[in-house]
Design a protein around this ligand. Sequence first.
Ligand code: R5P
Length: 313
Amino acid sequence: MKLISGTANNPLAKGIADVLDIPLTSVDIERFRDQEIFARINENVRGEDIFLIQPTSAPANDHLMELLILIDALRRASAKRITAVIPYFGYARQDRKTGGRTPISAKLVANLICKAGADRVLTVDLHAGQIQGFFDIPTDNLFGQPVFIADIKEQFSKSDRKSLLFVSPDTGGVVRTRAIAKEFNADIAIVDKRRPKAGESEVMNIIGDVAGRNCILYDDIIDSGGTLCNAAKALKDHGASSVSAYITHGVLSDPAVERITNSELTELVITNTIAQPQKVKDCDKIRECSTATLLGEAIRRIANDESVSKLFV
Ligand code: R5P
């Protein structure tokens, strides 16, 4: 087995390498003057089981292209099997036609990854589970939930956990929220969100009684922070004692960090599926939990033909 990292998230790749006690294979990734990407694998990979780690986070197109080029290089170097480890799968939100004459870009990106020569995909908290079906190759979609459950158990004492209320920031996340609430025997509430236009969100109603409760907003993606910060304000306006958030993928496009800093949120906890800039690391309200052990264990199981779903029972 060999582990290879693109440039999108080297700290996570190193974390996975540490968990598996395998060094990262040396690669050179360079740019020509016109910004074309060039990649060279510096070790023999003939007949090897390759795990290539590269989330397609911002800049999404550059990271995607780098992933495709690395897959091509590995395939032409006679790797036996290539697993694209894509901890955050960008373009996932474009998973259906939103109007006439619009693309389904998530499907297009999945086609590109398959066509480039990937044999498997390993990812975390796909925006919608059915995106697995966009890939015509085996796709393991890991749940980030166990990472967050462990953290919540550390942060909240047993007695404090009794007042927890898990909140879905929109109707699309109800199933996910119910699943984490079940782990704590807790209730859920739902924010009825409307998007008047792309990139803007508006809270219409709150479904459930949030007064006096310690609310945990739970979602897969925080992008501009509008959904989350509006939901936090609405929960506070309805009498919540405190509001914190657990969100798997910290996309955190501007002005998310400023919004979170000035929001009603006590804390935002994200995972390290996306490498964060200094600005995020410096924000006192944002904390990161690692997925390296989860991904490392999944990789070990795939390499040994063991069950991956058993990780979640
Ligand atoms: C939407 O369905 C997602 O789960 C997130 O709620 C959304 O992408 C967050 O976007 P933003 O932070 O820009 O409101």
